[in-house]
Design a protein around this ligand. Sequence first.
Ligand code: GLU
Length: 264
Amino acid sequence: MSTARDARRIVLKVGSSTLTHPTGHINIRLMEQLVRVMSDLKNAGRELVLVSSGAIAVGVGKLGLRQRPGDIPGKQAAAAVGQCELMYLYDRYFSEYNHTVGQVLLTNYSLCRPESRENVRNTFEALLGLGVIPVVNENDTVATDEIRVGDNDTLSAIVAQVTGADCLIILSDIDGLYTKNPADHADAALVEEVRVIDDALFATAGGAGSARGTGGMITKLRAAQIVQRAGGDTYIINGKTPGRLYDLLEGAKVGTHFVGGGCV
Ligand code: GLU
């Protein structure tokens, strides 16, 4: 087990609601800040993998649709358009700091079968060995509902496992896990450390995500549980200020820390 300060290989996950404005268009300032901080962390010797949502949200914005399509082909079409735009922007912004990105689109199918999972692992190793920052998403254009991973919180936990990462950091639109839903309860308090992820914790975590994203706190807890069972640490921090990543990685208490190796 290693804490964020000691972590060498880190998987970062950023969600649609953090990365986009309510219009569905990219939050350019946030993306630029995130890329800048990540570039600096990489310069300091960390190995980074970014799991980025936003393909569907950005596609919706780019296509001028008034809302997220409800049907699968509509979502897949939006993802096809949005994924291009996302990668174009990551490529452009990371290039400004002399970093190279590689797109990795995964399916549940490729992660479940041992052979293809091994291929995926080897590809990540090769990319990281070349100094590339892999940018990962689910391959939304081919994954159908029955076989989807479905949300990028879970996908990021699987990626953390496959890459043997030291920790997973989920950049959310909330400061971390609260004792109650802070939108409804003024006395809700941030939980700084979680050792046991059990049913009672899931019960406090409440409902689904926003209009632009898929997850919510439940999928984040599930992700933390997958990582914890593999002996790793997960941090949920507010992604609106990417600079907080510096504090976290310097050992400060930021957001919620799900301690690795906890007994579930
Ligand atoms: N893969 C989806 C996208 O990029 C997002 C899934 C999620 O929000 O968790 O739009």
